[in-house]
Design a protein around this ligand. Sequence first.
Ligand SMILES: O=C1O[C@H](COP(=O)(O)O)[C@@H](O)[C@H](O)[C@H]1O
Length: 310
Amino acid sequence: MSYLSHISSIAASWLNAISTDGVLISAVFALVGVASTIMIRLIVRTIRSLLKRKNQKSKVNVLRFHSEEAVAIALAKYIADLSVKFIKENGSFSVVLSGGTLIDTLRKLLEPPYIGSIDWSKWLIFFLDERVVPLNHLDSNYKLALDGFLSKVTIPKSNIYAINDKLSPQDAADDYENRIKQQVNKSKLKRSGNSEFANFDLMLLGMGPDGHVASLFCWHFQRFERTRWVTFIKDSPKPPSRRITFTFPLINAASEIAMVVTGEDAADAVKIALSKTTNSSCFPLPVEKVSPAGTLTWFLDKEAASGLSG
Ligand SMILES: O=C1O[C@H](COP(=O)(O)O)[C@@H](O)[C@H](O)[C@H]1O
């Protein structure tokens, strides 16, 4: 790339020789040289990252069940099997939880055989997104997970990474991102092979009827974030408005993602995402940007899958 600066300086010296105002012309050429070098670097970097993303093809499984109960049963087995696998491989199992209906769908893990056989002491829990409210507030995803799941298993408290609820959305996002980075630096979490981002073992995602995942919504720029690990939103279309959220690069650096979707409300978004039909109002839907380094497994009940053929 430096040949551009070189050419600019040769041209500048020619003009310098023929111009009475050579200093000005040299400065202009030097500036043009620097600007074009920067632009070419940016273009090359963008093309490289687009190619990398194109090459990152997830393995996708779509599992359809006759009822929400059957989804809950299959999900528990899938999670328990991954727990054994990752604990064997890494000595720990890093799990990222969504809020919403997902927490109730985890209920079969609280029953035999899983409750007694899973090595809960090795689990590390993070939150995919969180509402910036006190942790004991009814809107808190942490409270939802604590009441419905975490208080009923023996995961050490120090392995549960709640957000700092005393901070503003921006500071809470920075703080959560830094805490995840610290765990990577201490090797408690792995780093992704393809990127700088943390590589969580399993992310459990829910999806809203509008196709949002985490707190990444249509018509909101957070879903285009490329460098941050965790970002914030102050005008979430779904209340409460102030939230923090993992970004897509961090989500897509995961080894396994389960997309757990139940109920008729979600059928349109599921159809758009899985039958690749286009959607005039928001393209692509946030859920369509979920494309992990590893495997994406959809868990759908009959209602959620009702728009799919077959
Ligand atoms: O606001 C949120 O919504 C999504 C979807 O929730 P659901 O109740 O429709 O399953 C959830 O995944 C996210 O964590 C939450 O903050």
